[in-house]
Design a protein around this ligand. Structure first.
Ligand code: GLU
Length: 492
């Protein structure tokens, strides 16, 4: 095959998983690196678990991550349709070919009969493979079973296909990531390729689609290795060229169990909701199995594509370190241009009357609060004091920075002096410095403590954004109003 054509083939039984995003990325990188095509196929043969909402989520998440496809359900292409449920008329033709060549046969076994076979195998402590009971049914026997109302499923004849194309029962392939892998095909039972209701099974449909879509390389999770052997046999039995396969290690949680919701978000859209940037997410998942040759981990997808080699991808499992992702996210937040950051923060500021601020004030607020943000959503709790006239003073802040006579004196002095201040950023900077120096000189009070009193009165907290910036945004009137309200009312 000359052209590199890879695909991501998610099943829409849930929102796009972060692991699928990594598989999509590695396929995308491989296509980019080799001037190939990246294809999206929706594998919705399992109609019961499929929902349009999930299909939409897959589209939106891949697009948000910048993993745009060259061919797919929405953009079309020469080998469509790209949604399996719209390809049902394609599958029977190749079933017939397999039946004609003797690589498949009708199986009339009922679920009860199959269950009994499995139980017997368990009782004898041996791995279950289908008994091949239906392999050599005569036409007469089949007619009889049909007359009973039984509808056959179609099974693939593993041993026959193996014998036709290989010297022994060992089937081997050269994995792009893991090197040579093999299996003894005697351990693979004759598996169903079409159910009795006419629906193709995954292992069969995926081969027909990959073959007809001229997929050259199949890159996916190592949980599919056992499927790959079955698929290779079907490719060969139908005379299709077998693509190259590459299997990626799994992504595990920090406790080395399967990554699941109890560890944190797992769907791309949930990470986004929590305040992760898609640029950080994509950079982070690239590092799950791939390492940059220059050791520099922060990279755009384009930079990664230049450096990416599928045979250098690690064959072992990767640990999903949420803390590292957070670190990376905070880095990306710091790098974001102001206008973009403001737009991205808006959803997390929905509970505040943002229109109270001018655009310049909004910019200033973001400028002085962005530094400690790990998640975009951290902004919500960082900014309540920029809105409204009143502020709620946290009990701790009151006790620590406002309750004592000393602090009250600082506050009163501040109110008195600040009334005469020219309320510009530059001037406030200077005046506050003078104010701190005055208290240090006259009482020995640490500048930090002096500022706590002012900060606590005006923001209700003892830490937060740059004080000059806060005063500037709030304006003189609100600042002094809040300071005044924090003065203890003496009861007569
Ligand atoms: N629909 C399959 C899945 O989501 C695709 C596997 C494959 O890439 O062949 O696991």
């Amino acid at each position: 095959m000359s052209e590199v054509r890879v695909r991501i083939a998610p099943s829409p039984s849930g929102n796009l998983h972060i692991g699928t995003a990594r598989t999509a990325l590695f396929n995308y990188l491989f296509a980019k690196k080799n001037n190939g095509k990246f294809i999206l196929r929706i594998e919705d043969t399992d109609a019961l678990r499929t929902e349009q909402e999930y299909v939409d989520n897959i589209f939106d998440s891949l697009k948000a991550l910048g993993l745009n496809w060259d061919e797919g359900p929405d953009v079309g292409g020469d080998y469509g349709p790209y949604t399996q449920s719209q390809r049902f008329d394609i599958y029977p033709k190749y079933i017939q070919q397999l039946l004609d060549k003797g690589f498949a046969y009708e199986c009339f076994c009922t679920p009860e009969e199959l269950e009994a076979e499995k139980e017997e195998a368990t009782a004898q402590k041996r791995a279950y493979v289908y008994s091949k009971k239906c392999e050599n049914l005569t036409e007469e026997e089949k007619e009889k079973l049909r007359a009973e109302g039984r509808k056959p499923a179609i099974r693939f004849n593993v041993a026959k296909a193996q014998k036709a194309f290989h010297d022994s029962s060992i089937l081997e392939f050269d994995d792009l990531v893991k090197g040579k892998l093999h299996v003894d095909t005697n351990l693979i039972g004759d598996f169903v390729i079409m159910k009795s209701n006419g629906a193709p099974t995954y292992n069969y449909a995926v081969v027909i689609d990959d073959a007809l879509m001229k997929i050259s390389h199949v890159i996916r999770g190592e949980d599919h290795i056992s499927n790959t052997y079955k698929q290779i046999l079907i490719f060969e039995a139908l005379g299709f060229e077998v693509p190259r396969f590459g299997h990626l290690g799994m992504i595990l949680a920090p406790d080395r169990s399967k990554l699941s919701k109890r560890h944190g978000a797992t769907a791309v859209s949930d990470f986004v909701k929590e305040g992760y940037l898609t640029d950080a997410l994509i950079n982070f998942v690239a590092l799950l199995g791939w390492s940059p040759s220059d050791g520099e981990e922060i990279k755009t997808v384009d930079e990664i594509a230049k450096d990416f080699r599928i045979n250098e991808v690690s064959s072992s499992n990767s640990i999903f370190e949420y803390d590292k992702l957070k670190w990376m996210n905070s880095h990306y937040i710091k790098m974001l241009p102001m206008d973009e950051l403001k737009e991205k923060l808006k959803p997390y500021l929905a509970k505040y009357p943002l229109d109270e601020l001018t655009d310049a004030q909004f910019t200033k607020m973001v400028e002085i609060t962005r530094e400690p943000l790990t998640l975009l959503s951290d902004i919500t709790d960082a900014v309540p004091y920029f809105f409204g006239k009143d502020v709620t003073i946290e009990p701790d802040a009151w006790d620590k920075a406002l309750a004592s006579d000393e602090c009250q004196n600082v506050l009163k002095d501040f109110i008195e002096k600040a009334q005469g201040w020219d309320w510009t950023e530059e001037n406030l900077h200077e005046k506050l410095a003078d104010f701190r120096a005055y208290w240090k000189e006259t009482t020995g009070m640490k500048p930090k403590v002096t500022m706590w009193a002012i900060r606590a009165a005006i923001t209700g907290r003892t830490c937060g954004a740059d004080m000059v910036g806060i005063l500037d945004i709030l304006g003189k009137e609100t600042s002094l109003y809040r300071a005044q309200k924090a003065v203890k009312q003496t009861v007569a």
